[in-house]
Write a protein that binds this ligand. Structure first.
Ligand code: FAD
Length: 356
């Protein structure tokens, strides 16, 4: 097969890749996007909550919203919930959200290929795929998630991961809050119940070293919620996946003549405390698409500008989250379990979290 030489090759059609492909194609570039799944967004590996400001970046987000959320309830160990009023967001149908963004990329002219996996990337920027394809793009955008192959190729690797497990179960009563469960048992993570109409996403994340505990811990959380008659015992869906929690990676590199940009989880933009990464994926994908267009248009500084923009937007929030996460983990490192106060201080609902 002859080698293809598009202006831009995007790897992954999650929110970051779809947005990057849409923006680069809209700027008139020749864009190919490869997605190993057969359909964007399916199966969804997500708790499906996005804060309301997502509508600034994705104005149609409400068209794929299952319900809105107004508050956050934080349960610490066995204590009563602490209420954070005015914590507004959307529960999205994540599969539909990802599909919508991928359709936008295709409508803008990106050639989106499904069921094609990037298998290897050579040092000269040649990308080889499961369909026996070889591509050598001018710009390679790695939007291929937490275990990014593109990131590996330029030495930008998410080494600190939280592993998750989630079920979708019947929600007994309508609910308007995201519920967060903090416990010393959930080492390096937390539990959640996020409502979507008559169904709840109930899940748990823990530091990858404790991943062996995920199954029994989630089973215990679900039985407790069932005992409280908050959820039913049927399981409609089971999912999970890795979340990068080590902070932002260097997101620009070179492979021979090919410029490389990372976006979304591949760039380590997920919040290390909350695990939220959809909004950051959309934002960084948009910037990566623009940077690719500028670079191909002759602006050599576009790559460094991209790195700098990511720093300006994300470093303060990610840095704070990293510090708070480390403060909680420091308890385990000296053989102690963090108490309720330490757990609270490490969570976004606490004033301490936001202190200097
Ligand atoms: C269980 C769970 C719950 C979560 N809940 C939330 C939440 O409620 N709110 C929130 O904001 N964030 C949440 N997150 C995080 C959020 O899902 C991610 O931050 C977000 O998906 C990042 O988008 P992305 O486009 O960077 O990567 P992804 O969405 O991971 O997309 C990467 C795409 O690349 C494809 N791909 C990977 N490798 C290759 C390859 N070699 N070749 C071709 N294609 C490839 C994948 O199939 C995938 O489609 C959750 C994560 C998990 C695991």
């Amino acid at each position: 097969m002859p080698i293809e030489m598009p202006d831009v090759l995007v790897v992954g059609l999650g929110p970051a890749g779809s947005r990057a492909a849409a923006v680069a194609a809209a700027a008139g570039l020749g864009v190919i996007a490869l997605e190993r799944r057969q359909t964007a967004g399916t199966p969804a590996q997500c708790a499906e909550f996005v804060p309301e400001p997502i509508e600034r970046d994705v104005p149609a987000a409400r068209t794929v919203t299952t319900q809105t959320v107004t508050r956050m309830l934080t349960f610490i160990e066995d204590g009563p919930p602490e209420v954070t009023a005015d914590f507004r967001g959307l529960m999205i149908d994540r599969a539909a959200f990802d599909r919508m963004l991928a359709q936008e990329a295709a409508l803008n002219g990106a050639e989106c290929r499904y069921g094609e996996t990037v298998l290897s990337i050579d040092r000269d920027g040649t990308v080889r795929t499961s369909a026996d394809g070889s591509l050598r793009p001018r710009v390679l955008i790695g939007a291929d998630g937490p275990r990014s192959r593109v990131g590996w190729a330029i030495g930008a690797i998410n080494r600190d991961l939280v592993e998750t497990r989630q079920v979708s179960a019947p929600l007994v009563l309508p609910h308007d809050a995201t519920d967060i469960f903090l416990s010393a048992d959930f080492r390096g993570g937390y539990g959640w119940l996020f409502p979507k109409g008559a169904v709840a996403n109930v899940g748990l994340g823990v530091a990858s070293a404790a991943r062996g505990l995920l199954k029994p811990l989630l089973a215990a959380l679900c039985s407790e919620l069932a005992r409280q008659r908050r959820i039913g015992t049927r399981v409609f869906a089971l999912t999970g996946g890795a979340i990068p929690v080590g902070g932002r990676l260097r997101s620009v590199g070179r492979l021979g003549p090919t410029a490389v940009l990372l976006a979304g989880d591949a760039a380590g933009l997920t919040n290390p405390v909350t695990g939220a990464g959809i909004a950051a994926a959309v934002q960084s994908g948009t910037l990566a698409g623009r940077a690719a267009a500028d670079f191909v248009g002759g602006a050599a500084a576009a790559l460094d500008d991209y790195e700098e923009e990511l720093g300006d937007i994300f470093d303060a929030a990610l840095g704070r989250a990293l510090r708070r996460r480390r403060e909680v983990l420091a308890h385990y490192a000296v053989g102690r379990r963090p108490d309720a106060r330490a757990l609270r201080d490490g969570w976004i609902a606490s004033p301490h979290y936001w202190a200097a």
